[in-house]
Design a protein around this ligand. Structure first.
Ligand SMILES: Nc1ncnc2c1ncn2[C@@H]1O[C@H](COP(=O)(O)OP(=O)(O)O)[C@@H](O)[C@H]1O
Ligand SMILES: [Mg+2]
Length: 247
């Protein structure tokens, strides 16, 4: 499989009131086209930081990130914003829908922000996504009229409207009950089977087991890389990697 994301010796240092904090301490990894990767690790291990750097939401302190041939570490803010609009779909833990826009408009918003002129194609894509996510009837409603699980499905539709090269999700099931969370994972899985490269952050082994590949982060370093599939084994590997790092 060809390589979509190439990360080499990636470092991120935050300046916290004059004190430097190294959140990522040199991460190297490749992600293949059409892969489904889960990033696991304890709170504060650098999972969101890594996801943000891959999605061009932030810039590294050192090292390189290439996505689909775009060298994000060399880009300025304007170029990164364009890259995000055209290549990346984000799904967040707390949905982040726009309250005063209908579901239909929330889903179409990234297409308008990307200044796409193909209005009919946008509407068609939005309606197809809403239908395939089982929320077509919610289109005229507002976010607050929907359940959490429905809102996250809207967020997934919004993330996919521009046919992103990369779908990124930070704890997408973290604010959902078990059944709604499983539905969201099933949806991500279904899109991945149709070729959508997907990268999720989770600290839930059951969620990570849905992925094809699981990366373990600890204290800003990549400490493990294993296949998905078995939640119990993944939970053991996570505990093992933490013990090894502490011990
Ligand atoms: N904008 C920021 N400024 C300063 N420190 C930050 C910032 N973002 C994250 N951090 C710190 O970097 C570390 C990693 O954060 P994060 O990537 O959010 O971890 P995770 O998603 O694994 O919980 C944490 O210690 C966090 O406090
Ligand atoms: Mg996080």
């Amino acid at each position: 499989m060809s390589c979509l994301v190439e990360i080499t010796d990636l470092k991120k240092t935050y300046d916290t009131g004059g004190v430097a904090f190294e959140a990522l301490k040199g991460i190297s990894l490749d992600i293949s086209v059409s892969d489904f990767v889960a990033i696991m690790g304890p709170s504060g291990s650098g999972k969101s930081t890594l996801l943000h750097l891959v999605g061009g939401l932030d810039r590294p302190t050192a090292g390189s990130v290439k996505v689909d041939g775009h060298a994000l570490h060399t880009m300025d803010e304007t170029a990164l914003a364009k890259f995000r609009r055209t290549h990346v779909g984000f799904v967040f833990q707390f949905f982040n829908l726009v309250d005063n826009l209908t579901i239909q408009m929330n889903v179409e918003l990234p297409a308008l922000l990307a200044k796409r002129k193909d209005r009919r194609a946008i509407r068609k894509r939005a309606n197809e996504l809403l239908a395939s996510l089982g929320i077509a009837e919610q289109a005229p409603k507002y976010p607050w009229e929907l359940s959490g699980g429905q809102q996250q499905r809207v967020a997934i539709a919004r993330a996919l409207i521009n046919h992103p090269t990369l779908l990124l999700a930070d704890e997408p099931t973290g604010n959902l009950d078990g059944a709604s969370g499983q539905e969201v994972l099933d949806i991500l899985n279904a899109f991945n089977r149709r070729g959508q490269t997907t990268l999720i952050v989770t600290h839930d082994a059951v969620a990570a087991a849905e992925a094809r590949r699981v990366l373990f982060l600890y204290d800003g370093r990549l400490v493990g890389d294993a296949p998905g599939g078995d939640a119990r084994r993944i939970a053991q590997q996570l505990a093992g990697s933490e013990q090894e790092c502490v011990g």
